[in-house]
Design a protein around this ligand. Structure first.
Ligand code: FES
Length: 64
């Protein structure tokens, strides 16, 4: 079984743990989940209304 999950956030979410900032991945691309690893930077030039799939460093625009 497999599933595709859509993410539209392009930045991490900051949480505080014992007063220390932790950055949670919201884009779905981190290889260190649940923590952000900076991979969200790949999404910065995505266009609104388009759907993309990522395979490693390769971004593919998904069309109907
Ligand atoms: S928010 Fe996903 S890698 Fe940073």
């Amino acid at each position: 079984m497999s599933r595709l999950i859509k993410h539209d956030e392009q930045h991490p979410c900051e949480i505080k743990v014992s007063g220390e900032s932790k950055w949670i991945c919201m884009c779905g691309l981190s290889k260190n989940k649940p923590l952000c690893d900076g991979s969200h930077k790949k999404t910065k030039d995505e266009e609104n209304g388009k759907l993309y799939e990522y395979e490693g460093d390769t971004r593919i625009e998904v069309t109907d």
